[in-house]
Design a protein. Structure first.
Length: 292
């Protein structure tokens, strides 16, 4: 058995794809094996092939072992926590065993627990300053993968189907709040501000990269009121006010005319009554004179 004690450590997040390679020498007649050794379990042979060219493929829904040009690869699709183990590529030639690749694969859960975006309900106008907010909750005490998370902003336009990258926050903890309560998640708040134009309408996504994977927020839809629609609305409001003023003026003239007609009619009635009284008095006086 020919071996050295060195091995490579590879850390990935849950759900990532992993490919391990093992160089092979086609001039040697022998065998190659990919072996998995997990704590508490017996060694498991994941795939076997010849050292020379062969089209043999060992495949399961989760793991594939096959030959490629000059190599014997082991491909793990969408890693799970149970994939954490030692992986060995063993070469067997004339009863001589050599370990060509020794990798300890560590699969970890991301420490990010939630990516929250605050929705907007009111539309904005071109030229307005808009601030979008993204809150990242993480389990800082039980962090398993090294390094800090990175935060990015993407936008999907109204007529687009794929997101486009627009901004990246620097690797800084200035936006993070230190919680005084035990076992409470750490909260980091990231703000993205810009003066918008009509072409900036769409849905904005906050993305957090950590532990080898990217987590997206639920998105914030930004509706921008078009300038021509705003002018149309202003013109419509002005026309409505003018129509109301004209209607009020017309009603005022009608009321004034009715009042004048009523006053004049009352005056005429009073004049007629007074004339009738005078005529009656005159007729009565004449009759008395004739009797005398």
């Amino acid at each position: 058995c020919i071996d050295d004690q060195s091995f490579e450590t590879k850390t990935v997040g849950v759900g990532e794809d992993v490919t391990l390679t093992c160089s092979r020498q086609s001039e040697l007649a022998g065998f190659l094996f990919w072996i998995k050794l997990a704590a508490g379990n017996f060694p498991e042979v994941l795939g076997a092939t010849y050292t020379f060219d062969s089209a043999n493929v060992n495949k399961t829904p989760h793991i594939t072992a096959k030959q490629e040009s000059g190599t014997f690869i082991l491909h793990i699709t969408k890693t799970e926590l149970s994939d954490t183990a030692f992986y060995y590529c063993e070469q067997l030639v004339e009863l001589h065993t050599t370990f060509l690749n020794k990798t300890f694969l560590r699969v970890e859960e991301p420490n990010i627990t939630a990516v929250i975006q605050v929705p907007r309900s009111d539309p904005v106008r071109p030229g307005d300053s808009v601030t979008l907010q993204c809150s990242v909750l993480s389990d800082s005490e039980n962090r398993t993968c090294p390094g800090d998370h990175s935060v990015y902003w993407f936008r999907v336009g109204l007529d687009e189907s794929h997101p486009s990258f627009i901004y990246a926050h620097g690797n800084s903890d200035d936006e993070c709040e230190k919680s005084l309560e035990a076992r409470s998640p750490q909260k980091c708040v990231y703000n993205f501000s810009r003066n918008v134009s009509s072409s900036d309408a769409g849905t904005y996504y906050c993305a957090v990269a950590t532990c080898g994977e990217i987590l997206f927020g639920n998105g914030t839809k930004l509706d921008i009121e078009a300038a021509d629609m705003r002018l149309f609305g202003d013109s419509l409001r002005a026309n409505t006010m003018l129509s109301l003023l004209c209607a009020a003026l017309a009603i005022s003239w009608i009321v004034i005319a009715l009042l004048m007609y009523t006053v004049q009619k009352k005056q005429c009635n009073c004049c007629n009554a007074a004339g009738l009284q005078r005529n009656a008095a005159t007729a009565t006086g004449d009759q008395q004179s004739q009797q005398v």
